[in-house]
Design a binder for this molecule. Sequence first.
Ligand SMILES: [Fe+2]
Ligand SMILES: [Fe+2]
Length: 377
Amino acid sequence: MKVLVFGGSFDPVHKGHVAMLKKALQIIRPDVAHVVPAYHSPFKAKSPTPFKLRMQMAKAAFAPLGKHIIFDDYELKRGGKTYSYQLVQYLRQRYENPDIYLLVGTDCLNDLHAWKNPEYIFKNATVVAGKRKGFPEHKADFKHVFLPGVFPKMSSTRVRAHILASGTIPQDKVPEAVGQIILKNDLYGLEVHRWLKAHLKPNRYLHSVKVAEQCSLLSDIYEVPAEKAVQAGILHDAGKGFSGAELIAFCKDYKIKVPFFDDICRFEPSLLHSYVSAWLAKHEFGVKDKEVLNAISEHTLGSLHMSTLSKILFVADISSKDRKYKDAFVIRTLAVQDLEKALLYAANRKLWFTIDSQKWLCPVGIELWNHLVKCAA
Ligand SMILES: [Fe+2]
Ligand SMILES: [Fe+2]
């Protein structure tokens, strides 16, 4: 009895998953295949998407591949974390003398020895791996089958970041039936886009999308989690739809702490929008990550303690692709080469722009400038 098993968070299922299972079914020719969505992956923070929906997406994507696929809620019934060796144990109990094939991506192969109880897996199962583009050849010292061909380099994290940044489903990466479930259930930040469209002018909404996309690009280069960068980018101007008077009232009503509040209220109340946006991110959209909230608060004036994420947002905001002035192009080009230089240039341009407009300079911006000059010296 040949049993193929394919576990994963499937949050969401992408076309890379489908291609790999399809090929494994052709090559291994199992009598039965178990698709087992993780209840709580040992390698990831608990998936925020309900199990029921991830199972629904798995069924929508994989059911067309064959009638011998069992959509198994073993991990849900078990609760807590399930390690792969426990999956193998369970299948050994369920079938008599099963020949078990465990399907994984080659990126997982490199970590396989770090899995819990790998000896048990190697003794009782054959590892089936699909090679993904960009991953080096792997020499496996255990029972294994490499599937022929190279599978697209896709990740669910990237798919989620794309949806959160753009409010659209990447059709080249997500099976249509899975896309329908995402749309129907407003997953991965689609509700954020609806809110922004309702509360911001079309140009400001477009700007938010472009900033989120720029944040995503820079997060890759500077090794910041893409979802955090995109979250900061898409929400950074959420409070920009308010007038100056409304921003002042908002900050007073919700007791939002703002440095130089009285001067800002008097001379440049629009500066309050970053603090209000951070408040909205936290209270309207449930963002808890302090780094994301700080990046949003600091996106206009900066601070002396900017994280890499804060720097990315500061630079992305002034140089996103919807910005048409010449400096935007210069900063965008600089940002992919050297984030610190791009930050210095962006801070410089902001100060000059404020002076040229005969506007009040907030001491926070001046402090940032002096700090950056000192750091660069
Ligand atoms: Fe802003
Ligand atoms: Fe902005």
